[in-house]
Every structure is written in structure tokens, then in C-alpha cells.
Ligand binder design. Sequence first.
Ligand SMILES: Cc1cc2nc3c(=O)[nH]c(=O)nc-3n(C[C@H](O)[C@H](O)[C@H](O)COP(=O)(O)OP(=O)(O)OC[C@H]3O[C@@H](n4cnc5c(N)ncnc54)[C@H](O)[C@@H]3O)c2cc1C
Length: 576
Amino acid sequence: MIDHDILIIGGGLAGTRAAVEIARMNPSLSIGLIAKTHPIRSHSVAAQGGIAATLKNADPTDSWEAHAFDTVKGSDYLADQDAVAILTQEAPNVVIDLEHMGVLFSRAEDGRIAQRAFGGHSHNRTCFAADKTGHAILHELVNNLRRHNVKLYDEWYVMRLIFEDNEAKGVVAFRIVDSQLEVFRAKAVMFATGGYGRVYNTTSNDFASTGDGLAMTARAGLPLEDMEFVQFHPTGLYPVGVLISEAVRGEGAYLINAEGDRFMATYAPSRMELAPRDITSRAITYEVRAGRGINYQDGSAGGPVVYLDLRHMGREKIMSRIPFCWEEAHLHLGIDAAEQPIPVRPTVHYSMGGIPVNTDGRVRSSATGLTEGFFSAGETACVSVHGANRLGSNSLLECVVYGRRTGAAIARYVEGRTLPSIEVSRYLQEAKQTLQALLDQPGQYRIQEIRQAYQDCMTEHCGVFRTEAVMQEGISQLKALQQKAEQIYLDDKGTCWNTELIEALELRSLMMVGEMILTSALNRRESRGSHSREDYPNRDDGTFLQHTLATYGPGGVALNYMPVVVNQFEPQERKY
Ligand SMILES: Cc1cc2nc3c(=O)[nH]c(=O)nc-3n(C[C@H](O)[C@H](O)[C@H](O)COP(=O)(O)OP(=O)(O)OC[C@H]3O[C@@H](n4cnc5c(N)ncnc54)[C@H](O)[C@@H]3O)c2cc1C
């Protein structure tokens, strides 16, 4: 057994920012940070467009209240407004702090941090490092881990949360290089395990975004919040789905259909291409359905994509402000975006829901109760600052603001606490059996086969538009696939770098998360933010101005609801 005062699972922005805060507050605490990738390879490194904060460098009339209002309106009024106030008030401070750590932000002419426009934001407030913002921030944070003596366990896969009597006590993990199993014990455990984009067949997320932290939390009998809200980013590069950042539209690119029209004029005349993502993704889907999409190969009408057109922006601006997007289009499709439009369509991008936490990152046990020793932040958590739809550049901000707050709360929490007792042999034995059963299974299906069928099922039955009948069908297909997943077989029986074994465990996470998404979505009989029901096209504040809490149990998924904190902005109709 390995002991630390604090265990952090996940080396992205949220986990590393929390670790730095704990070490700053109390350098004598021992912190273990476990990640299945190297921290630098966490999905945070791929973040492109930027991080929002009212520094007022580009626009002196901006204010945290305006940022808060934009965030709440963007969320379709489902965000908790106390959490949003903290997010937006602390934003300038955390960005300056990152700069002091050494993050190289892009500059305005006068030398101050530059700020660009972003979807759903009423002022230019997104700070950035070209279109490689996540890369710039994560590298500095990981360097700071070394400075603060945080013990890194990279390429260790956490397979179970040890949670007894409402208290998190540690985790069970195995080292990928040699399959060594280990119990880790701590006074507090934090999950910063990122999103679940791989639940769908087309996503901007990395291969590690499989929702493991969510599945482990659900398996411990704890609820997950607002899982029905899945963000589709409007501009995934066709056909792979990798992201073409919103920064490209922030810098002035157009969306055009087969008729050459800037069709956003029909859907969001005041914001055009910079409408929030849910609205823009729906607009693209409507255009494609109406036959105004484009066949990328020959440019004819009736195809599955629309064009993102940068040609009027000029090569110099493209190469200085959004070079990575140019590189991506060039790498994957051989396109020179200064000369040719880029084919795009919506791609699964972000998880608004997650592990329910309070504004100190303490995980909730129910609508009214809190767990002991269990914390979470970042994309895997739901403090609810994004409600039903996240605004671009608010996620990096959430990771940093709530990573820091959660780190501070943990440092205070562990003071005076002792290490819990754990029956180590029992947990090791169970984990060993789980792995051995997978290795010994004489099944008939390959993992890839089942995963593909499952991702197609989720994409088809719980996508941009949803209806009762389609989701019911999705649930029955999912059940059948879960049965089949019990009959997968593994070719690799070895103990050295057995990635097939990890994929088998990840498949379980994906399926658990998908079931939570579908069940939560089925019961929300309204349209709000990213959750767009064709059979219930209106928002219904009377019944559904509430957070969903979905709890997994032997009898299936049970749903409860929790009030939304509305203390600053009364819900209004959402128009742009
Ligand atoms: C392509 C792309 C571009 C984006 N651009 C922006 C942007 O410009 N602005 C913005 O605000 N947001 C952006 N986002 C969203 C934002 O980047 C993410 O929401 C955020 O970085 C998530 O950080 P995180 O720390 O929560 O998780 P991640 O960075 O995803 O890290 C998760 C960590 O958990 C570890 N982990 C997971 N499961 C296990 C397990 N079982 N065992 C051990 N370790 C585990 C992983 O190894 C990893 O270290 C973008 C997202 C994508 C995909």
C-alpha cells in the first residue's frame, strides 16, 4: 500500500492546478498525482482558443457581472449563479497568477495580454497563446509540480475508488508498464479525470477521455449531475472530428452553406458565427437536413458538411493568430485554408454534467448531503457553471479557478485528519480477479467491434436532436451491447503494457456513462441548451429548472432532482 496525505487522479489543468495550490498552502503535505497518461498528454494540452477573464485589456467596459450574465444566459439558466459569480470574479486573478508562473500569453500592441472575441461572450475577453493555449498553460503547471515535489505516478490506471461509509479512502490502480496492482491510501482523494467524448463516434476529445472517473463514482453509489447535457462543437474537421477552434470564428471566419450564404443570419442575427455552440450546432444540422449541406469531394449540395471560410482573413493573420487550425486542415485534408474553405460539422466536445460538487469541490452524496474526503474539479465535475451549455473559453477557466479552490479546500480539510484504515488484501484480490476474468474470458467479440457499435448507437440515439422514441430504442440497443460486452476476448494475455486490458476497462466506463446520459436525457421532457428535444421543443422552467441527479444501482438508474441556485439573474427567453 502506498500512502499520501492527498491523492489527485488526473494530470490535466484541474488536477495540476489543485496540486500546486495544496503545495503552496502547506508544503509539508505529501501529494500523489496519478494519471493514466503522462500529465503533459492530458486532453487539456489540446485546448486551443483561450481562457476567459475580464482583464479589460481589449475592452475597458467589460465587467465580471457581464461575464457572469453571458455565462448564465449561455447555460440556458441552468448554471448555479453562486458558482458562476465565483468563476467570473476570480478569473482575472487566476490568469495573472498563471502569467506569473511563466505562461506565455499572446500580446496586444501595448504589451498587455491580448483578448479576443468568443461565442456567446458580449465583450472581447478571451486570453490566449495563439491557438495553443492549453499547451502553454499545462506545461507551466506540470513544471511547477516538479518544483513543489509532487509525487507523479504517470501511466498508472486507476480502476476503483475506495469508498466506504460515505468516505473516500483511496484508490486501486495498476501500473500499465508491468500490470502491478497497488492500493493507494489518503486523507482526501480528488478526481480530475476529464471528459467522456469517446462515448460518441465523432469527437474532438483524445483517446483517454473515456469517463473513468464518472463511472467509478457512479459504481460507488454516488449520483452524477446533469449528464444529459453533451456539448456538440459546431466546427469539427470533416471527417475525423478533430477540433477547429472557435477562435477561428472569433478572429473573423464565416460559416457558409452550399448556396454560399452565411446562414447564421437566420438563426442568430445579432451574433452570427459567434452565437453559442448549441445554437450554432443546431443551425448546421438544420442546414444539412434542408439539403444545403455540401459534399466535400465535389462541392455539390446535399452533403453532410458546411464550410468554414477563412479566405478573406489573409494569410498573415491566419498564421499569427490561429496557426494550429491551419496546420490541422493541412495535415488531415491537405487544405491550404488561406485559399480553400474548410469542411466542418458538429463534433462531440464537452461534458457539462459530471460529479456533483459544492463550490469548494466537495463531492455531494445527494441533493442535500456531502461526502467525506472526496473532492473533484474540472471537466469531470459539475459545480454547475455551464448549466445546459458551456461558453467557449470558460472551461479552462473553470479548471483553474475551481482547481485552485478545491486544492485550497483540500489543504484545509486534511489538517488534523489521520489516514483511514483499508482492508488492502480484499481490494487487491478483487482487482486481481477483475483483471484475470477479462484475460481468461473465452468470449466471441473484439473490443473494437463492440465499442464501435456502442459509439454509433449513442451518436444515433442521443445526438444534437433527441426524441422519446429514438432514445428508448437507444437504451434497448445499449442493453444488448452491454450483454455482448460481457463476451469480449483479449488477444494480449501479457503483463507488459497491456493496452487491450485498459481498453476493456475503459469500455465499461464508456457504457456506464452512456447509460447515465441516455436515462437522464429521456426524463428531461423539455429543450434547454444542448439538450434539444424535438418532441418537447420548449424550455419548461416550471418543471425542469432543476439539476438531474442520476444514481446507479442494481435496479438500474434512479433519477432525482436538485434546485438551481438563482440569485442574480432571473431566467428570460434566450435569444441572440
Ligand atoms: C480539442 C479541444 C480544445 C479545447 N479548447 C478549449 C479552449 O480553447 N478553451 C476552453 O476553455 N476549453 C477548451 N477545451 C475544453 C478543455 O480543454 C477541457 O475541458 C479541460 O482541459 C479539461 O481539463 P481536466 O483537467 O478536467 O481534464 P483533462 O485535461 O482531460 O485530464 C484528465 C486527466 O485524468 C487522467 N485520467 C482519466 N482517467 C484516468 C484513470 N482511470 N486513471 C488514471 N488517470 C486517469 C488522464 O490521464 C488525464 O491526466 C477544449 C477541449 C478540446 C478537446
